[in-house]
Design a binder for this molecule. Sequence first.
Ligand code: SAM
Ligand code: ZN
Ligand code: ZN
Length: 427
Amino acid sequence: MTQGTTEEIQIVPDHIHSWTDGGSTLYPLSETFISIVDPKPGEYILDLGCGNGEVYFHAAPRLGPRGLMIGIDIKDSNIAEARSRLKKEVQKDWPGVEFLQHDICDLGSLPLLRNEAEGWDVITVASALALLQEPEKAVRHWMHYLRPGGRLVFGVPQPCSGDRRIVAERVSRRSGIQHRSNRDWIVNENSLVRLLGCAGLIVDRMVVFKMHEKHGGGERYHRVEDGEQVFEESFTKHYAEEVRQKAKDLFKEEWKKAAEDGERVREVHGFLVAAARKPADPIGPIELAGGCRCGKVRYTASVSPSPISYCHCQTCRKLSGGPYMPFIDVPSSAVKFAESTALRIYSATEEAERGFCCECGSPIFMKYHNEPDRIGLLMGSVDDDRWDEKLHTQEAHIYLREKAPWFKIPEDGWPRHAAMTDKGEVE
Ligand SMILES: C[S@@+](CC[C@H](N)C(=O)[O-])C[C@H]1O[C@@H](n2cnc3c(N)ncnc32)[C@H](O)[C@@H]1O
Ligand SMILES: [Zn+2]
Ligand SMILES: [Zn+2]
């Protein structure tokens, strides 16, 4: 992917050619989604969270008779619908297909897929990733089924902090209720880049599908005081009577927080598609080592290619004495401390904690409480001789709204964000 470039495609109603029924969320995006998947004749595609088989019906003419597709969905009724649709719509010269009922987070127990030695050419996941509780774990799991050089293409709702469904997710989380979707982690395109990078995939394309108003697209603004009304319109029946009032109050609170300028809540409905590739020659975890200046904090970290972010926030600047702190994002479990007698924790904010050496003052890591599985290691703490360029996948400048006035960012082409969230990119 050219660094920091997200394409935009306008979805106009004219693009609708073959919508057969309303069971698919991919409608009216199917053709555009498939053009990004770009199936080649004879390829093998694994379609995860296949619903009523929408991806198959659009990919089939391109795959041709030598191709193969397996669609997997957890819901029996969706599999039944996909199969009956197949009976009615199948055409000569279309590829073989099977629709199977199964959990896409547990493909290992599916006998048909055990034969994974050669791997699949393509894995598609249209609108199912944002329903999984552990998306990153799922992507790592799917990687085993992809051949080297194989592609993963998935679509998620376009990130938007004011999306009422995300606000409702926050309410459920605060009420200790498991929500059916899990979209709050999709803050912007970088959330996907990071997810893919951490699973060892290379991102080729990132595309926003801008929906037509006819399909609920476009931007809408709501008043901050309308939280109660929005709750009643959309969520009343999601909550049992005994928790409804509490949910409503929490919704109003979260709705208010989602207001960009304290007055208006912005909702955008679109679709964000990422196309990535498993390296033809996969890069296994590389053993890094690092520590502080005096040696009283030492770690090793088994790291796969990971993104690096340059945080320009004021806290990072104060704590480093520099214009930003560069972090490499790695799984917490990959980091082992060989020496930690002088390791201390400092919490500058409620959101995160930072590890540093109390003898020499070197900063070592930062960890967000809401992401206990991830840790940001300070790049400056990594031993130079253990660094491997192959680890370097993506970069971004974040929290530029707090950037030092005296610092000029080099023209490096990486994405630049006002915050970590989608509060807007800055030039
Ligand atoms: C929003 S629909 C999308 C269906 C189809 N891909 C489309 O775009 O038309 C998401 C699908 O993912 C399925 N799903 C959700 N969690 C799943 C899981 N853990 N395993 C398998 N399927 C799952 C749902 O049953 C649903 O059919
Ligand atoms: Zn030290
Ligand atoms: Zn920072």
